[in-house]
Design a protein around this ligand. Structure first.
Ligand code: ATP
Ligand code: MG
Length: 570
């Protein structure tokens, strides 16, 4: 077969890390079994894509990119479901956002319904499929268990003619749902339960978003998948580990039907991420029960949620590369994803100053009517990002967390009599504080060293602590949404018996400090723009951000959040 032209992706310059799937592909190309590869990403349009799907997307599209092959996007829409259209659209949007392009290789399993039906008649004609009148419960009962063989269905020996006529009757809607099914005639004593005469067609009187009311029978996933792969000439059909036991059935359909190609199924371990639940069905439950606002809530592990939160697609691709592909299931630490996010945003995000929990600070020896415009780097990692001006004056706001009246050892931030650097500005020394009746600090007073403009003293005197600030009269109020894990449980495989994920919802997954203030340049931020709020983390302007009502999502904290909390670093 000639390789058709199709675009794939960016990130061409990366060096792929080898893994067992690449080894298989290398061998297949080497031996001449294939001249090029075709992979596919086959989502079922029954929900939004999550970070687990991103692993599969990066893997399948990544293989096609690195081997100069093709990756198909195929909607596995054999199970007519509600809202399919919304999900189809969101999935296409998310795959594109991740940076991958299927070109004209967009397919739907439902496009093959006619062909799959023909194949089913071939199986019947060859005596390899029969119409069974057992109901779902009876089929399960007859199937046996892992230790006991199954029993043959009493309908197993129907004649080809009878089977054909009944199957056509099923197609024509003559029988009610659940009354009959078409089953592959394989082996009820097989040690593999999937091979015990699996159902391949069921009656379902539901409209399909693409085929309308044309079909009253729908093919099962295990039947549809290998045949769709074969019809699309997929060379390597990569799927998750739970399909390993289905592989003999996958191969059985290919071996027993006149299909145009012979794809190979390869299984890899699915991604599990700590504190994260990744099943579309359960994510839908979170949406429907109002635990989160919607599929794109920034706390959701969906790609739509991550996009809104401000996670760059390049960080997710990097994450997928770093976790690699393996055969053993494991739980990846959420910290790794955050690390990748910081790596990316560190390169691109403009630095700004904001104060989440402000407390007023007056510089008593600074002229009351004076305002200076100080130079501030937009990104020390990227000199081409330039500089901006930040206003400085006598009345400032600083972070409550940065003050200690009784500083522990190694405290380098504000404390009585201690000198610290105000970022981009001057050295200041805290002289006195005002407290309310309960002892809460309400106001700070300091003096500054006029010879330390820009944050460096003329006499070479060093200070260890640097803190952020904003000018009180110039600062703008902002809404800063701070996120934590949606769940309190790190590993969902360790869920206590009798509990559901509802028992592990983190009540503090979203907090919004009531009086956050930011430097005035943030009034120019556009929806989706990302910033590093110095010492506070990376923030992205949310979808509901407006110039006169700025709203930012914290994407992630900074690397040194821990040491800062421990008070060790300024
Ligand atoms: P869910 O349980 O979330 O609905 P699924 O496997 O049913 O997941 P599909 O739409 O069928 O979802 O998945 C499309 C592709 O994404 C499949 O090839 C599947 O194996 C892969 N996939 C789904 N979840 C993960 C995951 N956590 N890690 C890696 N790949 C995944
Ligand atoms: Mg599924």
């Amino acid at each position: 077969m000639e390789k058709p032209e199709t675009p794939i992706t960016e990130d061409k310059e990366r060096t792929p890390v080898s893994n067992f799937i690449r080894n298989i592909i290398d061998a297949d190309l080497e031996s001449g079994k294939h001249n090029f590869i075709i992979t596919r990403f086959p989502p079922e349009p029954n929900g939004f894509l999550h970070i687990g799907h991103a692993k599969s997307i990066c893997l399948n599209f990544g293989l096609a990119r690195d081997y100069d092959g093709i990756c198909h996007l195929r909607f596995d829409d054999t199970n007519p479901a509600k809202e399919e259209l919304l999900y189809v659209q969101s999935i296409m949007e998310d795959v594109k956002w991740l940076g991958f392009d299927w070109g004209d290789k967009l397919f739907y399993a439902s496009d093959y319904f006619e062909k799959l039906y023909e194949y089913a008649e071939i199986l019947i004609q060859d005596g390899k499929a029969y119409v069974c009148d057992l109901c779902v419960e009876e089929i399960a009962e007859y199937r046996g268990t892992l230790t006991e063989p199954g029993k043959n269905s009493p309908y197993r020996e129907r004649s080809v003619t009878e089977n054909l006529s009944l199957f056509r009757g099923m197609r024509d809607g003559l029988y009610p749902e659940g009354s009959r099914s078409l089953r592959a005639k394989i082996d009820m004593a097989s040690p593999n339960l999937n091979m015990r005469d699996p159902v391949i067609y069921r009656i379902k009187m539901t409209e399909h978003h693409r085929t309308g009311d044309k079909w009253m029978i729908y093919p099962m996933y295990d039947y549809t998948h290998p045949l769709s792969d074969a019809l699309e000439m997929i060379t390597h059909s990569v799927c998750t580990l739970e399909f390993e036991d289905h592989r003999p059935l996958y191969d059985w359909f290919l071996d027993n039907l006149p299909v145009p190609s012979n794809p190979r199924q390869i299984e890899f371990a699915r991604l599990n991420l700590s504190y994260t639940m990744m099943s579309k069905r359960l994510l839908l439950e979170l949406v429907e029960s109002g635990v989160v606002d919607n599929w794109d809530d920034p706390r959701m592990p969906t790609l739509a949620g991550m996009r809104r939160r401000g996670i760059p697609p390049a960080a997710i691709r990097d994450f997928a590369d770093r976790i690699g592909v393996a055969k053993a299931n494991s739980v990846v630490d959420y910290e790794l994803l955050q690390f990748c996010v910081r790596e990316e945003l560190n390169k691109t995000a403009q630095r700004v100053m904001a104060v989440l929990d402000p407390i007023p600070l007056t510089i008593e020896n600074y002229p009351a009517d004076q305002v200076e415009e100080l130079d501030a780097d937009n990104n020390p990692e990227d000199p081409s990002a330039g500089k901006r001006k930040v206003p400085f004056g006598r009345e400032l706001l600083v972070e409550r967390e940065d003050i200690s009246l009784d500083p522990p050892k190694g405290w380098f931030r504000l404390a009585p009599g201690k000198e610290v650097r105000l970022k981009h500005a001057y050295y200041i020394t805290l002289t006195r504080v005002e407290q309310d009746a309960d002892g809460n600090i309400t106001r700070l007073f300091a003096t500054y060293d006029p010879d330390s403009r820009g944050g460096w003293s003329q006499d070479g005197r060093k200070v260890k602590g640097t803190i952020h600030w904003v000018s009180a009269p110039h600062a703008i109020p902002i809404t800063a949404r701070l996120y934590d894990h949606l769940f309190t449980l790190a590993d969902f495989s360790k869920m206590e018996e009798g509990k559901t994920f509802h028992d592990y919802i983190n009540p503090d997954s979203l907090t919004v400090p009531p009086t956050a203030m930011a430097e005035p340049s943030l009034a120019q931020a556009q929806k989706g723009d990302s910033f590093q709020f110095l010492r506070l983390g990376y923030f992205t302007a949310d979808y509901d951000h407006l110039p006169d009502k700025p709203v930012f999502n914290r994407v992630t904290g900074l690397r040194d959040t821990w040491s800062r909390k421990a008070g060790r670093k300024g």
